[in-house]
Design a binder for this molecule. Structure first.
Ligand code: EPU
Length: 428
């Protein structure tokens, strides 16, 4: 039960470096299963989900060498089993990418139903539909395991009923060795989809159209080892941008791809923030006050659902009434009760949240309900009057590298305490 203790009303200023993208690396690490050689992956974020993915690779028999905090080398030629253990799979949603990768490489995979953040039901029917279309047999679930096998995979056309990042990734992984051409229609266009395609192509795959809604995968006979650097994390960058605005600050977010941040930049500008874009950095300065606005989350290039809780914190402090329409997940408002404890006025009705801005938030003991909800609580606490304690921070640390150190570098008063340390003290 470690927690963060945050003393609010500190203006964030300075420069922060953004780490490699969580949602890219959790697809790229399983994809190394497909290589006949050593893959060197650089710019990996130092987060719990990476540790879990590497432990899974290790458990399969791959040779994993951690070169330094941000670099790993993986040799999948030593893999001896196609079954992912329960205790590791339950720690991370993306463990299901091992189904596509193992099926693609070995023609069989057994992977437990994955864990991860809870946003209502999280079906994987589109993933399974894709595997079946390629000729795999998906076995009825047994002991919580999803098992699929195929004598050979053959390219086919797969139309996704809804835009799904996970299904797009999994079908790409299964299709790289399939005979002929696989066409994924209504594919996800997120930056991490493009990053995965670039990684696979650097190994010798033939994938075209990533970043559009039609991806074509022409099967190849062999994939090789490669050296690849992960793209910067769009959502980590967006989270620091929101934190800068929430605290009335002036922050330069470095090592980013500004194009990936356009929808976030546009909303922050609409709320009154000033934003300057450079080649690989963005400077965010808060305006004199926050204006209300409406936000609808959508698949890329729309406003990302993974920034929804963080933007809700800003809207909670903006003048007037704002409406959020959650367009991706069934239930992504579980953090609202926590934010209400801090004085936010939010009414939720299905996919809509109506937010009546208040002049300021006040400290309260709160919980991180999931990864992004937790990040939102950190932002709220840094803006609020008083000292906030945030519990269940293990969710946050699944996806944000060195959050405490990075925020302290910007002037935040945040401290991480473990269970046995005294509770309420100011952070610095
Ligand atoms: N869906 C189905 N059937 C499927 C797959 C998805 O009905 O077979 C539905 C989902 O229930 C959801 C929608 O389609 O309503 C989109 O789901 P998607 O498959 O795109 O989500 P995901 O792949 O499980 C990834 C990210 C999430 C992010 C979503 C949406 C990873 C590891 N996770 O999840 O990231 O919210 O895409 O952009 O890439 C996070 O980083 O905090 C996070 C939760």
């Amino acid at each position: 039960m470690d927690k963060y203790i945050i003393c609010g009303e500190r203006r964030l200023t300075g420069t922060v470096d953004i780490s490699g993208a969580k949602n890219a690396v959790v697809a790229i690490l399983p994809a190394t299963v497909l290589a006949n050689g050593v893959c060197r992956i650089e710019n990996i974020p130092n987060i719990a989900d990476v540790d879990t993915a590497l432990e899974i690779l290790n458990s399969l028999g791959a040779t994993v060498s951690r070169i330094d905090k941000h670099t790993v080398e993986i040799d999948s030629r030593t893999i001896v089993t196609q079954t992912v253990p329960h205790d590791l799979a339950k720690k991370m949603r993306a463990s299901y990418y091992f189904i596509g990768a193992l099926l693609g490489r070995f023609g069989k995979a057994s992977v437990p139903m994955p864990g991860g953040c809870y946003f209502g039901v999280r079906p994987i029917d589109q993933h399974l539909k894709g595997f079946t279309a390629l000729g795999a047999q998906v076995l009825p679930m047994k002991n919580g395991m999803i098992s699929a096998c195929a004598d050979s995979l053959v390219g086919n056309s797969v139309y996704l009923d809804m835009v799904s990042v996970g299904a797009t990734v999994n079908i790409m992984l299964a299709a790289v060795y399939a005979e002929g051409i696989t066409v994924i229609e209504n594919a996800a266009k997120e930056p991490h989809i493009v990053d995965l395609a670039n990684f696979l192509n650097s190994m010798g795959a033939d994938i075209r159209g990533a970043g559009t809604d039609v991806i074509k995968v022409r099967g190849v006979n062999r994939l090789y080892g490669t050296t690849y650097s992960i793209i910067p994390d769009q959502i980590e960058a967006g989270t620091y941008m929101a934190a800068a605005v929430a605290t009335g600050g002036d922050v330069t977010v470095r090592n980013v791809i500004p194009k990936h941040l356009e929808s976030i930049t546009a909303k922050l500008q609409e709320m009154g923030a000033e934003i300057e874009e450079f080649d690989e950095e963005i400077r965010v300065s808060a305006g004199n006050f926050l204006r209300h606005c409406n936000v609808k989350t959508m698949p890329h290039p729309g406003f990302p659902t993974d920034m929804q809780p963080q933007i809700a914190v800003l809207l909670s402090m903006a003048e007037g009434t704002s409406i959020i329409n959650e367009g991706v997940w069934e239930n992504r408002y579980r953090y609202v009760d926590e934010l209400r404890r801090m004085g936010a006025e939010i009414q939720v009705d299905g996919k809509l949240a109506v937010i009546q801005g208040v002049p300021h938030l006040t400290a309260a003991p709160v919980k991180a309900m999931d990864l992004r909800a937790g990040a939102a609580m950190v932002i709220a606490a840094m803006a609020a009057h008083g000292v906030t304690e945030i519990e269940d921070i293990q969710y946050i640390e699944r996806g944000y590298e060195d959050l405490v150190e990075k925020l302290r570098g910007l002037g935040a008063d945040i401290r991480r305490v473990s269970e046995d340390e005294p509770a309420l003290q100011t952070a610095q």
